[in-house]
Design a protein around this ligand. Structure first.
Ligand code: SAH
Length: 228
């Protein structure tokens, strides 16, 4: 899996993806990345990448010509993503679909965003990581990449771990997890988990998943019930 990051801040990459599982996977060559500095494609002596918005208003807008040249320099195939609060909210289905690509190119905006014409000129899929506004797309690009890489074969130690977690399989949130000691701070772990009775553990976990989803995410719960 190859990831191309288009950004004004290439030094932000690979960021936290240099650590832990993703860092090891990067070392092993299970994925690779390139961070392209959009500013390298500015055409004037001042290396200008932004300008004031037509129609007025606060902030600056990233220039179409500069961003277009940056895209042209790297994008050949695979998924082309623009991180934006105006995008489709990222979810696990999208993550799983993107994990099937060999190459993903991700454009991160800064300021008030990017001249709309350049977004329209390429086959962009616009993706949001949630209903809030960041100061730049870079953390969003890193988050999306982290979620996608978990599905790249060999990246996670245990092949089962992506199948049995929140949003996977039945789509419900995951049940609570516990580890040793069995009693901590006067609190015992649920008896059934110590029983070694796999069927009962499975039933308990499913019940917990349902309960938590119902409480925390009524939207997901509703969809789950519709599917039954
Ligand atoms: N003016 C824009 C916000 C610009 S924020 C608006 O109101 O919609 C600057 C950049 O941060 C954006 O170009 C985008 O790349 C990134 N960004 C901000 N919030 C984001 C989010 N929720 N998801 C993905 N990217 C986001």
């Amino acid at each position: 899996m190859k990831i191309n990051f288009l950004t004004l801040y290439p030094e932000m990459f690979p960021g936290f993806l240099n650590y832990s599982l993703m860092g090891k996977a990067l070392e092993k060559g299970l994925w690779s990345y390139q961070a392209i500095n959009i500013r390298d494609f500015a055409t004037d002596n001042y290396k200008t990448v932004d300008d004031t918005p037509f129609g007025g208003g606060a902030g600056q807008v990233m220039k179409a010509d500069v961003v277009d040249k940056a895209i042209r320099s790297v994008y050949k195939k695979g998924a082309l993503l623009y991180m934006s609060p105006k995008g489709k909210p990222l979810n696990q289905q999208t993550v799983i679909r993107l994990a099937k690509e060999d190459e993903i190119t991700i454009l991160s905006g800064r300021f008030e965003g990017i001249d709309e014409r350049v977004i329209e000129s390429w086959p962009f899929e616009t993706i949001s990581i949630g209903d809030f506004v960041l100061s730049g797309g870079e953390p969003a690009a890193l988050m999306l990449t982290d979620a996608v890489l978990r599905y790249v074969p060999g990246v996670l130690g245990n092949a089962d771990s992506v199948a049995d977690e929140s949003f996977a399989g039945d789509g419900l949130l995951e049940y609570p997890q516990y580890t040793r000691p069995a009693v901590w701070n006067g609190k015992s772990v649920p008896e059934v988990l110590l029983s070694g009775h796999h069927k009962n553990i499975e039933i308990w976990r499913k019940e917990q998943s349902k309960k938590i989803t119902q409480q925390i995410r009524p939207d997901i719960w509703e969809k789950y019930q519709e599917k039954l």
